[in-house]
Ligand binder design. Structure first.
Ligand SMILES: [Zn+2]
Length: 340
């Protein structure tokens, strides 16, 4: 009887001790994931864990704060844009409205250099700091986004695919596989943007397409993500062949960037897909900051950068940004309870 009561007591203590751990596991799995890209991250446990920077948060500010709904004013939200043109998800009017809304809500767009210094832990950013990033290097970024950004005097970053400058852009396909031509920037346009304050990161040389992983091509994965099916040889690539293919793409990208006089520290994963091997090779090539498509807030010490996808409705974009600050706080609180 006595032993049984003691055992129950022990079980109760263990359960209590495990409760905060369960909470943080739940938060880690439920927060900051974009479902569409989840499948590309499968099989990579490290990618699924909350980054270690969470432990670096100054938890005093948070634990002294009794109001659970207070917004945390720290960190940088990186916004991810693609096209800005009439007839797409984000028309120039909606783009302007988004910038206006950010402005009247006291958001402060920062430059890439400011972002770097903040991540490295020696630079400050203003409250409500945001960084604008544009993926793929579409011509409309020059035609529509750049003039509007200039009006607001907001800096921005573009991640062009280094082989896709007009007049030789990729052959785009729509959802049904039909060609859907999209004009890309010319090199002269990119250089003009750089002259006007735009900063540039890499988005592969020609690694932004899906490769087959079976003979029929039923399943396809992002070019940089894993081993592809070699039709001529009737087999999957070896791990070495995969690495060699990815490495040559990185080297071609880097050579092109150096030739254009562009820095090589920032890289946006095509489709948001990555693994530790790809990350290691990019670091070996000199890249330091890696932009994912997972939503979250960015703090000093991070190298995997969270981004918030911009919505068609400017109000929804604002809500998505605000959510990142509140999520951050929940994670921090959970960390506090675990460390006790
Ligand atoms: Zn892209």
């Amino acid at each position: 009887m006595k032993i049984s009561a003691k055992r129950n007591w022990v079980i109760l203590v263990i359960l209590l001790a495990l409760t905060p751990l369960t909470l943080i596991i739940k938060l880690n799995n439920g927060v900051g994931r974009t479902d569409g890209y989840k499948k590309f991250l499968e099989g990579n446990e490290q990618d699924k864990s909350q980054p270690s920077y969470i432990n670096n948060i100054s938890i005093n500010n948070i634990s002294n704060d009794s109001n659970a709904n207070t917004r945390l004013d720290k960190g940088v939200v990186v916004l991810m844009f693609h096209n800005v043109k009439p007839g797409t998800a984000l028309s120039p009017e909606k783009f302007r409205e988004t910038l206006h809304l950010l402005k009247i809500n006291h958001y402060n767009p920062i430059s890439l250099a400011t972002f770097h210094s903040y991540l490295e832990g020696w630079g400050e950013v203003p409250p409500r700091a945001v960084l604008f990033t544009f993926d793929d290097g579409y011509q409309d970024n020059y035609q529509y986004a750049a003039p509007i950004l200039r009006e607001f005097q907001y800096p921005a970053v573009v991640f062009p695919v280094m082989k896709w400058f007009s007049p030789y852009p990729r052959r785009d396909v729509d959802k049904s596989g039909r060609p859907a031509y999209q004009p890309h920037l010319t090199i002269a346009e990119l250089q003009d943007m750089v002259k006007n304050g735009w900063e540039v990161g890499g988005h592969s040389y020609d690694g932004h397409w899906l490769v087959p992983v079976d003979p029929e091509g039923k399943e396809r994965i992002p070019f940089l993500k894993g081993r592809m099916w070699l039709a001529g040889r009737g087999r999957l690539e070896s791990e070495n062949e995969y690495e060699a293919r990815v490495w040559s793409d990185i080297m071609l990208m880097k050579a092109q960037m150096l030739e254009l006089g562009l820095p090589t520290t920032d890289f946006a994963f095509p489709y948001g897909a990555y693994n530790n091997k790809l990350l290691g090779m990019l670091k070996q090539a000199g890249f330091k900051y890696f932009y994912t498509t997972e939503a979250g807030i960015n703090l000093p010490g991070q190298e995997l950068i969270y981004r918030v996808a911009v919505k068609s409705d400017p109000q929804e974009t604002l809500k998505a940004i605000e959510k990142r600050y509140l999520t951050q706080k929940l994670s921090a609180l959970a960390t506090v309870s675990v460390s006790r």
